[in-house]
Ligand binder design. Structure first.
Ligand code: MGD
Ligand code: MGD
Ligand code: SF4
Ligand code: MO
Length: 707
């Protein structure tokens, strides 16, 4: 740091906040305040036991994003053809009047279900993110089944444990072996590494990383297992086979805590390391070594991520991996057990905020991930209801991040669809809108945040003034409520702070003022509860080796109007490998995963100069022998494609991946690609069984030098 910066930091006032981005870490932040509307660097809060003073580089440099010259500052109305990037600046009043008028007209023509409010987790603040639900329910607009991120993972986790929580993630530091499975934690949730590395430093713990390529996290591992995409179920089965075979299974624990240990053991008899080696591409020795490590290390902590669930068999694989600590009995020990998400325990009462009581159960739901089929009039995706002809979009960029991008864009270009996008930047989606509204950023509005990868509820009060122009999501929902005639309904007419107060009060967490002092609340359940020592979440208190796939309750269960996604009868009775994935074939000999980039966060940060510089250009990691066989070298322009479309990238030769597997890191803006089409041209919007989701890392593709 230069002297000038040093002095600046010494002078800076520090404000407290929470990271609003869609990241399991939900870091508690210390923000250098340089003036009423200016920030300096952001630091991780040292006093927060999970954040522990560490945050990622892209948020440390948030000044680049919040003071970005390209921020949207004025409401814009389309002044040319859709997508032609011609805009007219208008006042907030005029823009909101226009949106309301279009929504009213659409409803008059086709009924309320023709309007589809669409949102996601660009901000994780409850008030700014979820307030749109209040408007939806009040107006009986089409429901939103939010599947894109968590469905495959949560379904698999809840199938086993019956409840979406796990061992205290800080306990990783007290573990003797941390298994980081299907999450690139160095990149996507750096705080996992803080605690895992502490265990290695202080107790000599081993770190195991299981992924499909030698990513940044695997570089930190003592044991790295690189398997073929979508084969984690096979690995887990062979590990459990060895545990039973070699007397490393905890039979007493299973007798007490699991449903059918004998059935599982019998089922696994044929799931040998040889069997799994052929499926996973791992060696028998690798599988045996991993099984013995976790079988002989009682304090093994399984940190199960989202990445390996983004396969069409992802729920099955999540459940299979989760079954291992139920066989070893690791749950009984501090530093042992498993963790995926604490979302099941961090509940705040959002009934008023979301207008839950205004919900009409007769209204259809539409699946977030299937926005392509929905907007192009697929009658199955529309559940027999009217076409979608009006949308309000907040905190998400579906024209870039949703699967089957060609359909999504085709849909947004429809003349009979009116789209309002509320955004911070001119994203791929905003470019296709009729009206674009400028949004504030987290330090410019009040909100409250729940961790998924930790156990805190953290306050993020407004710290600085926004530039002239941008307004918060809450403002937009309230103003539309007035214009659409629902502002008298419960939940409307309150400020952000009042909503936060109500949620805090109902949870017994004090007031907004007191929470400003406390900054966060630690809601981690006690050891016994977190480790399910009083029983698992299912009615009989048992961990289920034999999941009730169609019958399980849970946060991701589709609403009745959607029902289950098939083929439910092909889901296995016990942990297993199932080929429900896009298996490579002669026309598509490669398997493509679209893993995250370190300096981007989904579609965010692709606008900040330092992130753009660090990531370089859209690239495809290809095994050198595959490249040689196809006759291209490092840096070559290559085309990858499948029945959904084709995309051009630059090849980067990389031997940390199995042959036949290619990796495209990061969701680059569509415009960063040669033909203006992004990587999601190649990903599929078919919903995996049983509860849906998006299988972003499960794509069969062909690959050739680009023409
Ligand atoms: N190929 C591929 N595609 C993927 C994935 C993948 O791994 N591979 N991952 C998927 C996953 S897991 C997810 S969660 C999705 C996420 O995809 P998106 O939902 O698009 O994710 P974000 O980039 O987090 O946020 C979207 C936008 O929210 C805006 N935003 C932030 N805060 C606010 C606010 O307060 N108000 C308003 N109005 N806007 C705001 C940001 O400017 C940003 O443009 O992408 C999915 N798509
Ligand atoms: N820097 C950065 N941070 C992020 C994000 C980002 O885009 N960039 N996205 C945020 C969001 S919305 C989310 S949901 C989280 C997700 O964070 P993670 O839980 O880490 O999930 P993914 O990012 O989807 O993928 C993690 C890893 O899974 C690997 N993987 C893919 N298929 C398989 C498989 O079949 N088996 C195994 N074992 N591994 C596989 C991928 O190669 C990747 O290395 O991260 C958040 N944090
Ligand atoms: S690690 Fe995740 S939660 Fe923490 S600052 Fe970075 S993006 Fe935000
Ligand atoms: Mo996500």
């Amino acid at each position: 740091m230069n002297q000038h910066a040093n002095i600046q930091q010494a002078k800076a006032k520090i404000g407290h906040s929470a990271c609003p981005h869609d990241c399991p870490s939900t870091c508690a932040l210390d923000v250098e305040l340089l003036g009423p509307d200016r920030i300096g660097r952001i630091h991780g809060a040292k006093e927060n036991s999970y954040t522990a003073g560490v945050i990622c580089a892209k948020v440390a440099r948030y000044a680049e994003r919040i003071h970005h010259p390209d921020r949207l500052l004025k409401p814009l109305v389309r002044a040319g053809a859709k997508g032609a990037k011609q805009w007219k600046e208008v006042s907030w009043e005029a823009a909101l009047d226009l949106v309301a008028e279009k929504f009213i007209r659409a409803e008059e023509r086709l009924g309320s279900e023709t309007v589809w409010p669409y949102y996601y987790a660009g901000t994780m603040g409850l008030v700014q993110r979820d307030g749109i639900e209040r408007l939806r329910h009040a107006k009986k607009y089409s429901g939103f089944f939010g599947t894109i991120c968590t469905n495959l993972a949560w379904t698999g986790w809840v199938a086993g444990t019956g409840s979406l929580r796990g061992a205290d993630p800080r306990e990783m530091a007290k573990s003797d072996c941390v298994v980081i499975w299907g999450t690139n934690a160095v990149v996507t949730q750096v705080n996992v590494m803080t605690h895992a590395i502490r265990a290695r430093k202080e107790r000599g713990a081993k770190i195991v990383v299981i992924d499909i390529y030698d990513n940044a996290t695997m570089k930190q591992a003592d044991m790295g297992l690189i398997l073929k995409p979508g084969t984690d179920g096979a690995l887990a089965c062979a590990v459990m086979h060895v545990l039973f075979r070699d007397g490393l299974a905890d039979r007493d624990y299973m007798a007490r805590y699991a449903d059918e240990p004998a059935g599982l053991e019998a089922h696994l008899r044929t799931r040998t390391p040889e069997w799994a080696a052929a499926i996973t591409g791992l060696s028998i020795e690798e599988i045996e070594a991993f099984a013995h490590l976790v079988g002989t290390t009682k304090r093994t902590f399984f940190r199960l991520g989202y990445g390996f669930s983004r396969q069409r068999n992802g729920s099955v694989n999540m459940h299979a991996a989760l079954s291992i600590p139920a066989v070893t009995g690791a749950w009984q020990y501090e530093g042992g057990g498993a963790f995926h998400s604490n979302s099941g325990v961090l509940k705040l009462n959002t009934d008023l905020l979301e207008g839950t009581r205004l919900r009409d159960p007769a209204i259809r739901y539409l699946d977030q991930s299937r926005i392509g089929p929905v907007l192009t009039g697929d009658s199955a995706a529309l559940y027999g209801g009217p076409p979608v002809t009006a949308m309000l979009i907040q905190n998400t960029n579906p024209a870039n991040v949703a699967p089957e991008q060609r359909l999504v864009k085709q849909g947004f270009l429809r003349d009979d669809l009116f789209t309002c996008v509320h955004e911070q930047f001119m994203t791929d989606t905003a470019e296709l809108a009729d009206v674009v509204l400028p949004a504030t950023m987290f330090l410019e509005h009040d909100d409250i945040y729940k961790g998924g990868g930790n156990q805190h509820i953290t306050l993020g009060a407004k710290l600085i003034d926004p530039p002239e122009g941008p307004r918060g999501n809450h403002y937009v929902i309230e103003e539309l409520g007035k214009r659409l005639g629902v502002s008298h309904m419960p939940g409307f007419g309150l400020t952000e702070r009042e909503h936060i107060e109500i949620m805090l009060e109902k949870k017994g967490l004090g007031t907004f003022e007191s929470f400003c002092e406390e900054r966060w609340a630690d809601l981690q359940p006690d050891f016994e509860t977190a480790h399910f020592l009083g029983g698992f979440g299912h009615k009989d208190g048992k961990f289920r080796f034999r999941p009730d796939w169609p019958g399980q309750p849970g946060p991701n269960r589709p609403p009745k109007s959607i029902g289950l996604y098939g083929p439910v009868n092909e889901l296995p009775a016990f942990p297993d490998h199932v080929d429900l994935i896009e298996v490579a074939d002669p026309d598509h000999p490669f398997r493509l995963a679209t893993s995250p980039a370190r300096s981007f966060l989904n579609s965010s940060f692709s606008e900040t100069p330092s992130s753009r510089k660090r990531e370089g250009r859209p690239e495809l990691l290809v095994h050198p022998e595959d490249a040689a066989a196809l006759g291209f070298g490092d840096g070559a322009r290559v085309e990858i494609g499948n029945h959904r479309g084709e995309v051009v990238l630059h090849a980067r030769l990389f031997d940390g991946v199995k042959r036949g597997v290619v990796i495209a890191e990061g969701i680059w803006p569509n415009s960063a690609h040669e033909r203006g089409e992004g990587i999601n041209v190649l990903t599929g919007a078919d919903a995996p069984a049983p509860y849906g989701g998006a299988a972003f890392h499960d794509n069969k593709v062909w690959l050739k030098p680009a023409p």
